[in-house]
Design a protein around this ligand. Sequence first.
Ligand SMILES: *Cc1c(COP(=O)(O)O)cnc(C)c1O
Length: 409
Amino acid sequence: MNRIHLCLAHMSPSGAEKKYVQEAFDTNWVVPLGPNVEGFESDLKAFLDAPREVVALSSGTAAVHLALRLLGVGPSDEVLVQSFTFCASSNPVRYLGATPVFIDSEPQSWNMDPDLLKSAIEDRISRKGRKPKAIIPVALYGMPYDVGRIMETAGSYGIPVIEDAAEGLGSKSGGRALGTFGKFGVLSFNGNKMITTSGGGALVCEDSQTRQAAMKLATQSREQFPYYQHEQIGYNYRMSNVCAGIGRGQMTVLREHVAHHRMLASFYREAFSSVPGIDFHSGPRGAVEGSNYWLSTVNLDPALRIRGQDSVYESLAGEPHCRPNANVEALRIALDEAGIESRPLWKPMHLQPVYRDADAYLNPFNLYGETSPSVCEAVFKTGLCLPSGPCVSLEDARYVVDRITDAVR
Ligand SMILES: *Cc1c(COP(=O)(O)O)cnc(C)c1O
């Protein structure tokens, strides 16, 4: 039997990706600009369907970095970042010598808590005498953050928002695409995201002037002279025309991919509703409509014991790091033995050794009768990501549910 993976790249059945890549070779556009880059950008713009401009880049991380640079973030600045995320949301803050300050999640969406955001802004202003320079909410696993309240709070203090929608391509809030509300939006086309360019990202900008500024920074800040003239430090961040060809092909199946992720999520939600102690993360009402369900996730009641994995429980006793509960690791290994890849949730940034000195604003939270210092820590310790995406069939998902049900019975 084939292994069931977490979320693999999935090419279009029509082979559109190869057609565009072949075209790049046939026309000798094997460079970081060209018709595929322009075509991919305009496909993305059409998909987002909002008054926004798009710049295709070498990665989502590059998009976060450029957004921060364009907002003038530098040493001595602070940026408020959702703690529950992948390190690409916050590392670029450090690239610029600035300081990330982490914000805990709300329990419903697992994303940036709007109330905590407001009190953190007040506290930073009273302590530092200055406003934070930017706010980065993240659509974790595709789930929309509370766009309305985050934008309202940010707006009332005049702080720009960079939406990290790297996992949220195809997610919406109030019918509008994530990434199109803030000053900037970030998308990723890494191998395991909603679509892939083998590696790549995009920056969503408010207007064509900002887009031009982003393009310039992404091409080493070259000035418009026949010779090479540089008046600022730039980066080599543009997307290759070959990779953009893959992206153009993937755009032909993006809507189907989103539908498939959502179909699997509905299946898991329904299937686990009758399994005590296994809780599917649906998100708040309304978000259910809006999430692309990039990855489906469940939480495990710490009281559940996984069958046949006693050695895992023993081996984990005394491990020094903040880590998923022993039963989560035991389930991960039980699934692995059954040919199923699963993975712990993102470990919150404020719990990462590399960010040990960073300030964090946290909500103490009680989950399964245990009190945790923060929502994201509680969710991280009890959570597991399940196979999702177009490479996972309904039959595969049924097998995943059966193996989990067996393991906890
Ligand atoms: C994947 C991801 C990114 C960045 O993407 P890359 O294209 O891998 O650089 C940023 N933020 C989050 C939350 C992500 O999951």
